[in-house]
Design a protein around this ligand. Sequence first.
Ligand code: SAJ
Length: 461
Amino acid sequence: MKDGQSLETLIRSRTARLVVIGLGYVGLPVASSFAQVGFPVVGLDIDAGKVAKINAGECPIEGREPGLAELVKEVVAAGRLRATTDYAVCRQADIVLIAVETPIDSVHQPRYRALRAALRSLEPNLKPGTMVIVESTIAPGTMDRLVRPTLEQRGKRRSGVDFHLVHCPERVMPGRLLGNLTRMSRVVGGDTPEAARLAQEFYRHVVKADLDPVDCVTAELVKTAENAYRDVQIAFANELALICEHVGADVWQVRDLINKSPGRNVLFPGAGVGGHCIPKDPWLLAYSTGDSLRAKLIPAAREVNDYMPLHMAELTIEAMDEVGVEIEEARVAVLGYAYLENSDDTRNSPSVMLVSRLEELGAQVCIHDPYVTEYSGSLEERVRGCDAAVIMVKHDQYRQLPLARLKEWLAHPVLVDGRHVFDREEAVAAGFVFRGVGIGGGVQQAAHKKDLGASRKPATR
Ligand code: SAJ
């Protein structure tokens, strides 16, 4: 500790030296927020370009993040935040906060490469008395099986004695990075009760919501389960949508009426589930039980949600078939490449899955997204001459798009709506061949009729 003062005193006086490892969607807002309230903060990242940008007072995160660019500029100018690639800064740190990516791989296993690298680089620079906080989302059991052993280094030091170990999972949301940080409650998982208490003291300077002290595994479970729960909820809405298509109903009317019933809240069906949390965290939760307990509902929900972009391809093929366009010769305009409306974040975007499916089938794809630099620019230019327009994201620009203009640009009036942006009756009245997720009459109903036809064999004499 700095001249013998206790960590608690340093935290209370906001003089504890904070190092934040990982300056992405989580780390940069956290580093900037603690710098803003007075802590001396050093941001640590392997990306020298990102480090240089931040030291120039610029925010490397694109997209609409209210207040973040201004805050980064302010705290860098005030000398309370600086960035580096050098882990030696951890030797002077009183608190080290780790916010690196924890993706899953193609077989849904967590890939902790970044987390392991951060821990291994931190370990030789970890000084006695430091509090280490992991904000990254991790599978339940990871603090116990990976984080603590890596830092304890086979008896070189002990958690709770030589350092404090905490898991305080982030609850950020693109578009609300700063707002969520202060407004959302947090579970504060301590490897010891003392660690949880010290972390509560620390976060209280920035978080103006509940800070609930728990043990590490509870914190790991809360975070992964809250997102698995949302994924299952969305999967239910998506499966209901597919059923509505089969039987010729309108899922939007159905869900509104269901939600009139007390305690019901059917979420929004759509073109798929993207982002850095929802597609990943259910797998982290399911992974935690290994082979001893095989989760059933969670993987099934993932399967339903991952099917939706492929379903969008099926709806597109079927709609173009009505105007005599084969997928192999088609040019398809995909509107929306981010995973969420009015965001530039394309991580795990359903549009990525749709585009690769369409290209696999031989189509040419023209992508537009006002927030994704590579695909921004004139919507008309991207759409003109295409045989179909497929709405994958409910960006404001698309909600305001006049159908007559869209029809004029297209070579064939085919509109496939994955986010209930348009009303079917209006689209049909405007002369479109229309398909929408959850709107009966699509590819599912055709199959359904065939099934029904098959099952209604004439009674044998
Ligand atoms: N989606 C649907 N139907 C829905 C809701 C979302 O298809 O009813 C799709 C979205 O289009 C998107 C994906 O799911 O592709 C994820 O959307 P999201 O609204 O869940 O947004 P995220 O990914 O930013 O989720 C975050 C999560 N927050 C944290 O991890 C701290 C999640 O726990 C929150 O519930 C969510 O924000 C939120 O909106 O509150």
